[in-house]
Design a protein. Structure first.
Length: 163
């Protein structure tokens, strides 16, 4: 693995799924003793959250029950520089994947990979948006994100993940 790997988690408004994924992966990175070697951030595809909104209170509460702290995370939009700054850009679902590929400069499109592509086979293709749902939706998101982040961390250790 090279000196620093940068991973950007992406969802719609950067207030539910992507900050959850950022916190989960960051926690796993720290637990593995890789702080400073793997840098994690999150952003949203929708520009309406450019003003540094905190994570959704429901995401914060559910994540806290599992030991993840989302309180310091603030939303921001994906910007063109992200495609050059990050080695991996990881959307939560197919809609965001398509949006990012359309936005990506040609030489960076391979960096865009669905989060669930790092989960075990049969886990599903997307992390569903819990925003308009109930508590079980936020718990389901955490289950999927934890599973996929374990695989993502493993990928970052692998020869194909090392940059």
């Amino acid at each position: 693995m090279s000196a620093v790997q940068r991973v950007l988690m992406v969802c719609t408004a950067n207030i539910c799924r992507s900050p959850t994924a950022e916190a989960v992966l960051r926690h796993r990175v720290q637990r593995a003793g890789l702080h400073g070697r793997i840098v994690v951030d999150s952003a949203g595809t929708r520009a309406s959250h450019e003003q540094s909104h905190p994570a959704d209170p429901r995401s914060i509460a559910h994540a806290a029950r599992r030991g993840y702290d989302l309180t310091a995370l603030r939303s921001r939009p994906v910007v063109e520089a992200d495609f050059h700054r990050f080695e991996l850009i990881v959307p939560m679902d197919r809609t965001h994947f398509d949006h990012l590929v359309a936005q990506a400069p040609a030489d960076t499109m391979a960096k865009v990979q669905l989060l669930m592509s790092f989960a075990p086979a049969g886990s599903g293709e997307v992390v569903p948006d819990p925003y308009y749902g109930s508590a079980p939706g936020f718990e389901h998101v955490l289950d999927l994100v934890e599973l996929a982040c374990d695989g993502l961390l493993e990928y970052l250790y692998s020869p194909q993940g090392a940059r």
